[in-house]
Design a protein around this ligand. Structure first.
Ligand code: PBG
Length: 329
């Protein structure tokens, strides 16, 4: 036998048997890792499919408890509410955001009344579902105004907190909004309302199907590049996160997900704060269409989801969340 020709260290030893692979696995997924986005729509008895997102629906409020009940049974810790707003309720200023009878406010109350603290509720703080131009804030000559927008976001936050929202998630990317929102929450008796800052949100083309889901598709004038981040940058992401932590963020969102695993890892390594990854609508649709068309095996879904954990994410916002029990089986 020729010795010295072959390695004495064989990493394949640990991989030989299934039990051994399970023994040495470094990451895994459980329902605890997921946040389920739910799209809301006016009307009764509606479960309306979102064309660009196979397997995703908009639900009317009378159906919402069924969806949440299922999420609780699966073991998902939190849902995120997103409203489909009809055109007649949108305007330049996004005033529907401050209507205490809007879809999100009603949904929070319904869910909290029925399920108490069995599940957390997260709500976006941003104006885009409500503005006629589709931007996250007030628009002046194609520029989204920062400080004027924050004034409204503070009120939107307070309103959602009053309704019973557990986790406010500013997704607007205005400078300084986390600090202002934290201050006004504290002043108004909402010391314990958590803030999950979309600190790192890129101006991305992966959001397309979401805009269809919330009814802002086709409305968006120009793009969101004067407030959302440039996807060519990563140092800048760390500056965004540092500021939001200083201003009082409890958790940090990185969005989109799969093309930004490097950012998730950077943020986690530098700040040791809970990091949430958002597997956005475009990622979901691409993967799902690929699987449905038989172009790739359905295991691409778990492989993609595990990559978030490997990168350091504590949890994942995913449109697969309500199917995760089946996916993991
Ligand atoms: C709005 C918002 C967006 C998403 C979540 N909140 C879209 C946008 O910024 O245009 C996208 C989510 C997804 O694509 O799944 N502030």
């Amino acid at each position: 036998m020729i010795t010295g020709k072959f390695p004495s260290l064989r990493l394949r030893r640990n991989r030989k048997n299934d039990w051994s692979r399970r023994l040495v696995e470094e990451n895994n997924l459980t329902p605890n890792d997921f946040i389920l986005p739910i799209f809301l729509i006016d009307g009764k008895n509606k479960k309306q499919s979102v064309k660009s997102m196979p397997g995703v629906y908009r639900y009317s409020l009378d159906k919402i408890c069924l969806v949440v009940d299922k999420a609780i049974k699966i073991g998902i810790p939190m849902v995120a509410l997103f409203p489909y707003t009809s055109k007649d309720k949108k305007n330049d200023l996004g005033t529907e955001a401050l209507n205490e009878n809007n879809l999100v406010c009603k949904a929070i109350q319904i869910i909290k009344k029925k399920f108490k603290n069995d599940i957390g509720i997260m709500c976006d703080v941003a104006l885009d579902p409500y503005t006629s131009h589709g931007h996250d804030g007030l628009l002046k000559k194609k520029y989204v105004l920062n400080d004027e927008t924050i004034e409204i976001l503070i009120n939107q936050s307070l309103l959602q907190a009053q309704m019973g929202c557990d986790v406010l998630a500013p997704s607007d990317m205005m400078d300084g909004r986390i600090g202002e929102i934290r201050k006004s929450l504290d002043k108004n008796g909402f010391k314990m309302t958590q803030i999950l800052s979309y600190a790192v949100k890129y101006a991305s083309s992966f959001y397309g199907p979401f805009r269809d889901a919330v009814g802002s598709k086709g409305l968006l004038k120009s793009d969101k590049k004067n407030y959302q981040m440039d996807f060519k940058n990563s140092d800048e992401a760390l500056r965004e996160v540092a500021l939001d932590i200083k201003e009082g963020a409890d958790m940090i969102m990185v969005k989109p997900g799969l093309p930004y695993l490097d950012i998730i890892k950077l943020v986690k390594n530098n700040f040791k704060i809970p990091v949430i990854a958002y597997q956005v609508s475009g990622e979901y649709s691409l993967l799902t269409n690929g699987v449905n068309k038989g172009l790739v095996d359905k295991n691409v879904i778990i492989e993609s989801l595990i990559s978030f954990k490997r990168a350091g994410a504590n949890a994942i916002v995913s449109y697969y969340a309500d199917k995760i029990d089946k996916i993991l089986k």
